[in-house]
Design a binder for this molecule. Structure first.
Ligand code: GLA
Ligand code: CA
Length: 779
């Protein structure tokens, strides 16, 4: 009784503190509605200018500063996802406290006069582990995520009701500031399933979101697939897109609906081992101006990206590619909360569109930044000398089957016979190191499809074989979100015609929790050329934001004062980790590093500037090897034609099908009269006229790829993102070719091509010929 009373009291107190001591009865209520051609706030027309920010990507003590920065930019609304897997890390145990307190976030926004759009998923994408879905759903072997699967839907309902308990009373009609709630997220990029979207709509309503408009967001190319009659439809697209074209279909179908770009992408996200992404500020600003001139509402994704702390980064697939810890996104407000030139360019525009007679407030001061001198005295705990208790399993199983969600996992067996040949690990999710009696035999990287290891010499009976696997982010987009970790299926040794499956394993779970990584036998020591935990303390006489320089470290994760800061990887492009000063202390601080590879030097400094654009991987940036030149002289085209002008998908059917695995598009001219060819997405049509799976596609060759001013490599034509594209270099003349290895042979009946989304589809290819072959082309 006492305890309950206490909790009640403290809730009232915080509520009071945040809303400026308004009692519930005094709260002003309002309305937000979808009117004819406009949104209506308390019956008055309103253009939503929303800033997308993510509460877990900002330390809670910094929330207010970020909200004020969005307000000073000229925004009137904040748009936020709710990340299910953050709130329900263990099935049935909910946490909405501290950094997870979404209600407090909304009230803080309200205190500063900002409205809120809530996007509670259940799936959110967001470059977030598994798109926000909890990993433990994957314990059920046959679970079908984002479908009518009863188990999945039951869990969604339980979660959504918890969200309702937190937020439903904050709808504007009840005195809060929530004006809209989203149903699912870009479902059109996942499948066609109106009954499922209908269920989610009803679950969202059932959780109490009954008073404000519910909406769906999708791409202009696919929004009709799952559009429900009673929901508002909004469209997502990025900087540079042709605004009229994006809303064309929607205007036809619903001439009176208010228009909104629910995600206008300000920049883009970074992957490990790929070039840092940026988008031009002037183009972004002109897109927003275009929308404002037409009274189109928008949410700028991201206005402030922040940091994906801990193990929460997601991944894309195909090809598997994990996200960096920095979610700077080249957004107007940088990762550390700093205003940028993009910020001020946009602010200047938004000032012009601010309500008459009002001046935008000044942006709040940024938090102080400081250096931390090199930390050089470390204690070490070798991973193999600090293993937890093992579990036995006859057959290999993925991590989830051992009740582990994140981190690393070690599979160990003692060989019952001599083995030689090639080790097949089916599949490595995501980064494996193989050891024989403690000696490293090799490393396998899922990003490159490395699942086999040549053993080179015989491993004797009695050898201890260790496979240490680090799980990186779970895939957050498309069907591959069913992404189990560790080794997903089995381990075999293939020698000639002989295949032997290895059985009888001891399994060690190595979770990424502070309690686990701090509880090791640390001893004074130096850098090891093997997986190990490192621990150090450092003293500070003041605190401030800083960027931990990880340049001398290999691959792993960092914890400071118990906070999991994020992943690092020498390959870059990110080399520093944002360390918010609010998590540092005056006096003694503790840092722990798990380095699975081993550092060159055990040294960490705090820098005053981030390094997020330093790619150090030697992997080729383009898909053309030195001296390679595609030779089509002796080849016969299966199809020749001309693309039509304008945006949108174009489909080409061959006169008769042809069997083949290598597909070459040879572009011979374009509409702009310059050298550039560009393609946003590409599909090859199979026997039934439907696109074949792009899961195992590889770019076999491209004559030219622009990597100076942007990340425009040819693999962007099958990354499932319509806003990313392949583009050739402007000083390389036509013809331009791209050769796709489809991964296996198909009966090819045609193809589909999506040009760049910008006005006039720049770089749009005009004349082309197509070649399909069973074997690769000659270069
Ligand atoms: C989509 C998703 C977002 C995010 C962006 C890319 O629009 O809805 O969650 O993943 O792509 O950053
Ligand atoms: Ca693309």
């Amino acid at each position: 009784m006492n305890k309950l009373l206490n909790i009640g009291l403290s809730v009232l107190l915080t509520l009071g503190a945040v809303t400026g001591l308004q009692s519930c009865s005094e709260k002003q209520t309002g309305t937000f509605e979808v009117g004819k051609g406009t949104f209506l706030l308390n019956d008055e027309p309103m253009v939503i200018k929303a800033a997308e920010v993510h509460y877990p990507r900002i330390p809670q003590p910094y929330w207010e500063q970020r909200i004020l920065s969005c307000k000073a930019l000229g925004m009137n609304t904040l748009c936020l996802y709710v990340f299910w897997n953050l709130h329900e890390q263990e099935e049935g145990k909910f946490d909405f406290s501290g950094n997870n307190d979404i209600a407090a976030f909304c009230r803080l926004a309200q205190k500063h006069g900002m409205y809120v759009i809530v996007r509670p998923g259940p799936y959110v994408c967001a470059e977030w582990e598994m798109g926000g879905l909890p990993w433990w759903l994957l314990k059920k072997q046959d679970v079908q995520l984002r479908s009518l699967d009863p188990y999945y839907l039951d869990r969604v309902k339980i979660f959504m009701n918890e969200v309702g308990k937190q937020l439903a009373d904050l709808q504007i009609t009840r005195g809060g500031n929530i004006i809209m709630v989203q149903v699912e997220n870009e479902f059109g990029s996942y499948g066609i399933d109106k009954p499922y979207v209908t269920e989610i709509r009803d679950i969202v309503k059932g959780a109490g979101f009954t008073d404000v408009p519910l909406f769906q967001c999708d791409w202009s190319s696919n929004f009709t697939n799952n559009a429900l009659d009673d929901l508002l439809w909004t469209i997502n697209f990025g900087t540079g897109a042709n605004i009229d074209q994006q809303f064309k279909k929607l205007k036809e179908l619903r001439p009176e609906t208010p228009l909104m770009c629910s995600e206008f992408w300000s920049g883009w996200f970074d992957h490990w081992g790929r070039k840092h992404e940026t988008r031009d500020a002037a183009t972004m600003v002109s897109g927003i101006k275009d929308m404002l001139d037409r009274n189109i509402s928008f949410s700028l994704y991201m206005t402030h990206g922040g940091t994906t702390f801990g193990w929460w980064g997601g991944a894309n697939d195909p090809a598997y590619s994990a996200m960096c810890s920095s979610y700077d996104y080249d957004a107007p407000i940088s990762e550390a909360g700093w205003t940028t030139s993009k910020y001020f360019q946009l602010r200047e525009l938004l000032q012009q569109y601010a309500p008459e007679g009002t001046t935008l407030p000044e942006p709040p001061a940024p938090f102080p930044v400081m250096e931390i001198p090199a930390i050089t005295e470390w204690e070490v705990a070798p991973l193999f000398d600090n293993l937890p208790e093992a579990k036995h399993t006859e057959d290999i199983k993925p991590m989830e089957q051992f009740d582990q969600g994140w981190g690393s996992i070690l599979y160990r067996t003692v060989l019952k016979n001599d083995i030689s040949g090639v080790l097949h690990i089916d599949e490595v999710h995501d980064w494996a190191q193989v050891f024989a009696d403690g000696k490293l035999l090799g490393r396998l990287d899922r990003r490159r499809g490395e699942f086999t290891l040549d053993l080179k010499s015989t491993l004797k009976k009695g050898t201890q074989l260790d496979i240490l696997i680090e799980a990186m982010g779970r895939v957050n987009f498309d069907k591959s979100i069913h992404d189990r970790k560790g080794i997903t299926n089995k381990v075999e040794v293939v020698s000639g015609k002989n295949t032997v499956e290895l059985k009888d394993w001891m399994v060690y779970n190595l979770p990424p929790f502070y309690e686990f990584v701090s509880d090791k036998k640390y001893q004074k020591g130096k850098a090891l050329d093997a997986p190990a935990y490192y621990r150090a303390t450092f003293n500070l006489d003041k605190t401030g934001d800083t960027f931990l320089d990880m340049q001398t470290w290999g691959k792993g994760m960092v914890w400071v004062n118990g906070h999991a800061m994020g992943r690092f990887w020498e390959i870059g492009p990110q080399q520093t980790l944002f360390m918010p000063g609010c998590w540092l202390k005056e006096g003694e601080n503790e840092i722990i590093i798990l380095d699975l590879k081993g550092p060159v030097e055990t040294k960490v400094m705090g820098l005053t500037k981030p390094i997020i654009d330093m790619l150090r991987e030697k992997a080729p940036e383009t898909h053309r090897k030195d001296g390679q030149d595609l030779n089509l002289k002796d080849e016969t085209p299966v199809n020749k034609g001309q693309f039509a002008q304008g945006n949108g998908w174009q489909e080409v059917k061959f006169a008769s099908p042809v069997n083949g695995r290598f597909f070459c598009l040879n572009a011979t001219s374009n509409y702009d009269g310059n050298n550039i060819a560009a393609i946003a997405e590409f599909d090859v049509l199979g026997e039934n006229g439907k696109p074949v799976s792009r899961e195992n596609w590889k770019i076999a060759y491209t004559d030219s790829e622009e990597t100076r001013s942007g990340n425009r490599t040819a693999d962007k034509i099958f990354d499932l993102q319509e806003s990313t594209f392949w583009q050739t270099v402007d000083n390389t003349a036509y013809p331009h070719q791209v050769v796709i290895d489809l991964g296996k042979e198909y009966k090819v009946t045609g193809f589909r091509m999506l040009p760049r989304a910008e006005k006039n589809a720049p770089g749009l290819i005009k004349d082309y010929s197509v070649y399909v072959k069973k074997g690769n082309f000659k270069y």
